[in-house]
Ligand binder design. Structure first.
Ligand code: FER
Length: 360
């Protein structure tokens, strides 16, 4: 039953990314921030155009079926990376996600912890550095999946090449070794009664995640692995629903994170409406601020594909809202990317470079 519901919703998501699929979905309108989002957040650009050519299935960070890697290291020579004025490399270089012959990559492992907040055991996956040793202490990056996903979404999708991206970037000295943790974001207290979906009710467990993370999961990870604890060594990133919750988490608990990255963040951080639902909003537009005396993340990165057919221009609307509310952040668009691995890899590549050797 649960699978059925997920499948129906997934096909709705896929329909949004599908060209001429005749699904009955309004595939002419990519998700678009409604006027209700806010005057300040209103996007100036047109809605994302439907991608041409083969539709790109949404990667399984959203619970979607997996696909072959789009960025094949052998298929295309690495083009000169385009870098914007903020130093963001717009497309992830293919070398960074290549499966290198001699390289040894880590493996995701599954773990569980008891959540007092949810009153039950919950899972996560973790990617430890290949040379992990208790003699060192490592920073931690928390990476949040998309809607309908769980802790296995990133780990179970080899096409995203996250294991290679992390391993290659560490091997290249682009960033220090770190522990990658993929939580299960849907922090329901009753898993059978509460299910993910496009309803206001289903947003509640997602919006419980910042508390779950800071009060339950982070303490568990700190107690279980050799972690360099504290804000200076703690990072958060997420894709789509995970991007939205990344933004909500840093706005709710700004003092916990040194840097944050929201890739194609989904609608609903603030009130709005798209093809999927009316969003009450986790926060009002005015609440998207940090207190004056708050310790806040040093860097916040928001990005999105230029052809994102699922979240459309909502990420741009967050950029506009952050700008008008005076929250310093970096923003760029990933040329040609839909709601897909190209966006995920670009966002993570730039985020890991920002992290670089900054951890203490
Ligand atoms: C929505 C559109 C997209 C939404 C969530 C998503 C909660 C998430 C997509 C994903 O995680 O891939 O309106 O509302």
């Amino acid at each position: 039953m649960r699978k059925m519901i997920a499948l129906c919703a997934i096909s709705a998501l896929a329909a949004a990314a599908c060209v001429g699929c005749g699904s009955g979905q309004n595939n002419n309108t990519a998700a678009e921030p409604s006027e209700a989002v806010s005057a300040t957040a209103a996007p100036s650009a047109e809605p994302a155009k439907e991608p041409t050519g083969t539709p790109t299935p949404i990667p399984s960070a959203t619970g979607m079926p997996t696909q072959e890697p789009e960025v094949s290291p052998t298929a295309t020579p690495t083009p000169t990376p385009q870098v914007n004025e903020d130093g963001m490399t717009l497309l992830c270089p293919s070398d960074a996600v290549a499966i290198r012959k001699e390289a040894i990559y880590g493996k995701f492992e599954h773990g569980t912890y008891h959540s007092e907040y949810c009153g039950r055991d919950r899972g996560y996956t973790v990617l430890l550095p290949v040379n992990y040793t208790e003699e060192k202490k490592y920073p931690v990056v928390y990476l949040l999946h998309g809607i309908f996903g769980d802790e296995n979404s990133f780990a179970g999708d080899a096409s995203n090449r996250i294991v290679q991206l992390v391993g290659n970037m560490i091997a290249d000295g682009a960033c220090d070794e770190f522990i990658l943790v993929c939580p299960a974001m849907f922090a329901a207290s009753d898993e059978t009664a509460q299910q993910p979906g496009f309803t206001a009710e289903a947003m509640i467990p997602y919006d419980r995640f910042p508390t779950e993370l800071t009060q339950c999961l982070i303490p568990h990870i700190n107690a279980t692995y050799s972690v360099a604890e504290g804000r200076d060594n703690t990072y958060i990133a997420g894709f789509s629903m995970g991007g939205r919750e990344t933004l909500y988490t840093i706005l709710s608990y700004p003092q916990y994170f040194r840097m944050a990255c929201a890739i194609a963040p989904a609608p609903g951080l603030v009130p709005g409406k798209d093809n999927f639902m009316v969003h009450e909003g986790s926060l009002t537009d005015e609440q998207v601020v940090f207190a004056e005396d708050a310790v806040v993340p040093e860097k916040i990165l928001i990005c999105c594909g230029t052809r994102d057919s699922v979240v459309g221009k909502f990420p741009l609307s967050y950029h506009n809202l952050f700008t008008s509310n005076g929250i310093a952040h970096l923003w760029y668009e990933v040329p040609g990317a839909d709601h897909d691995n190209r966006a995920i890899q670009s966002g993570l590549y730039n985020f890991l470079r920002l992290i670089g050797g900054s951890a203490e």
